[in-house]
Design a protein around this ligand. Sequence first.
Ligand SMILES: NC(=O)c1ccc[n+]([C@@H]2O[C@H](COP(=O)([O-])OP(=O)(O)OC[C@H]3O[C@@H](n4cnc5c(N)ncnc54)[C@H](OP(=O)(O)O)[C@@H]3O)[C@@H](O)[C@H]2O)c1
Length: 260
Amino acid sequence: MNLNLNNKYALVCGSTAGIGKATAMSLVAEGATVTLIARNEDKLKAVLAELPQQRNHDYIVADFSNPEELKAKVSEYVSKNHGFHILVNNTGGPKGGPVFSAELDEFENAFTQHLKCNHVLAQAVVPFMKDVGYGRIINIISTSVKQPLDGLGVSNTIRGAVANWSKTLANELGSFGITVNNVLPGATGTERLTEIIKNKSAKTGNTEEEAANAMKNAVPAKRFAKPEELAYAVTFLASECASYINGINLPVDGGRTKSL
Ligand SMILES: NC(=O)c1ccc[n+]([C@@H]2O[C@H](COP(=O)([O-])OP(=O)(O)OC[C@H]3O[C@@H](n4cnc5c(N)ncnc54)[C@H](OP(=O)(O)O)[C@@H]3O)[C@@H](O)[C@H]2O)c1
């Protein structure tokens, strides 16, 4: 199998850390030219400097708390530079906590950052994808779309909306050679996971090591994922090889999710 992403442009969101950064690296390794997005320009420059220099990789500074501004920046970028064959929708996860005590603005913020931003990004990139007859939209969501996770009430709620938005979009865009799929990470060794472990430790009184071990024990693989293991799944879905896979949720969780 040759994934061959030569001459493919990819827009990779949340790509200064964790799963997004690993995805950018993996897409580049298969030949893609990437444009990174995140809020912190210094971190964007640092990731850009880590990428092999032979292609014109680039970045856009944007904050997913402002979808209108994000849309304007990406639309301007597309009109002045090039369109994208691949869009990886990814950003920071919502704050943890039980759903019952969540404030209304927590739902609104998460809906904005996840669903609205995915939507404006899709609107900005799909016209080019239709023109060239090739598009891959891959949303990094969570296994909570299959089985809600304890202590992640707002996240569980909003992820469901994103998964249904994505499935609907897959139905609408499939005939244009565009696929829309979701990758569902299990516990993956990133800054986000460090925060989740700290919260669990504070809540239970266990040490962070004990909290981490309890999480690992809930996974048949008995370990956390490496960000690259998520990135490989995204890279496959981004390739021509995955052309007949559309509208799916792909858990990459070491077998942790109890449902099929
Ligand atoms: N790690 C896990 O165990 C796990 C499990 C299930 C689901 N997930 C989900 O997978 C996604 C990625 O997780 P991760 O662990 O890779 O996260 P991470 O290590 O915290 O990285 C998040 C990335 O998103 C960017 N970002 C955060 N807030 C942003 C904003 N408002 N606007 C633009 N960019 C923003 C960050 O850069 P800047 O700060 O520079 O903006 C960074 O590049 C999240 O939705 C997370 O909830 C993760």
